[in-house]
Ligand binder design. Sequence first.
Ligand code: ADP
Ligand code: MG
Length: 470
Amino acid sequence: MKDQTASLKTSLDILPANSPVRETRQIWDKVLKHLRERYGQAVCESWLKSVEVSDHDQGTITLIVPTRFKRDWIITHYAEAILSIWQQMDNTIYSIDVLVASTKLKEVGPEAKNEESEVRKEHIHPPVTWSAILDPRYTFENFIIGKPNEFAYAAAFNVATSPKAALGSNPLFLCGGVGLGKTHLMHAIAWHIRRNQPERNVIYISAEKFMYQFITALRNKDILSFKEKFRAVDVLMIDDVQFIGGKDSTQEEFFHTFNALIDQNRQLVISADRSPSDLDGIEERIRSRLGWGLVADINPTTYELRLGILQSKAEQMEVQVPSEVLEFLAHKITSNIRELEGALNKVIAHSNLVGRAITLEGTQDILRNLLRAHEKTITIEEIQRKVAEHYNIKLIDMHSARRSRYIARPRQIAMYLTKKLTQYSLPEIGRRFGGKDHTTVIHAIKTIEMLIEKRKEIADDVALLSRMLQ
Ligand code: ADP
Ligand code: MG
């Protein structure tokens, strides 16, 4: 640590007092102090000692490190912490780039390192600028394959393992709903290439950030240097392009840049929560171009996939979770994988906290809130429709005032199920069943509760309907 502050001091001394570089370095010194407190002296010695900070530019801090290996390590382990500490001192900063100083530069010798970093910027190679931080857990090894995602996985793996842009898969367009693994697969491609073909340059960036950079360049009439930056990029991945959109002229330029990259045989990987043809606010021509390569869908999860993912996560965390708990979660949380993981984490965290083993009952308790939120997605209309279908009555009779039993009973069952499966209040339920009073709803619920006790065929009907609705 001493060495480093010494070397920084040297460079600080030659800078004027009000230099922005000086200011940046002073902040960096403070950041280092925080990091030392958080991670210990040893970590700072081995990883952060040789890092140099360059002046920041449009909200981005640039760190310069001697090797690719260090770059990757710092990006995955410390970049987020550095950014958040930095933001506490300067809230105009929103991202961090970690660059590798060129080998040429290293040959110049250690003195060169103390020079103004602006000088060095020109030597920087490779330009990993803009690549967002990659999550170290998002690898192919950690990706569980099942029917819904096997095609997308294979397509992503093919891109990651081909030495050049993958034939017939350029661009690779990953599409699927929220939390189904698009980002995971993109990071996995990046990790795989960084590990196995380190000479290839991979950029992973959100569509929003990409567009922001793009529009800024456009505004500054700097589009040439924008394109220039991509010359050294072999694989460009843009996540969540459903957020792209904009003025015609912007799209026009974007389209050209995009075409140029493909013409130069750069691999593009794009993701969106919908298919190219469903992207709003994007010109037809661009939409169709996005679908020219390979469009790989990630479909909603199946029970088997959800169970497989839970088993693997529990194993990764080295926690013993009873299989009935995993089955319960896989059965109950069907929306997406992010929520599934969240639920498992909650259960594990809770058992750690109270120091008790994980049980099915405990899990049901903990997740009551979460499940309730999930059950909200069952609508009254769905319940009314299913119940009407089941009893062969008209949907409109769910709202009618007819009292004959063959209509009134199904209506009461529908009210009962609405109370059980949704968050609606009694008066609201009354309103949605043709403007009835809440006492009518209470009466319906009591009647059905009583009938469930007394009559098996009613109990069976209610159980079946409630299973179908969930
Ligand atoms: P998306 O980008 O499609 O919204 P993510 O890639 O962020 O979804 O995935 C959400 C979470 O689910 C992440 O934590 C990811 O690791 C996990 N996940 C998704 N698919 C899988 C899978 N097949 N195997 C293991 N984990 C997965
Ligand atoms: Mg995502």
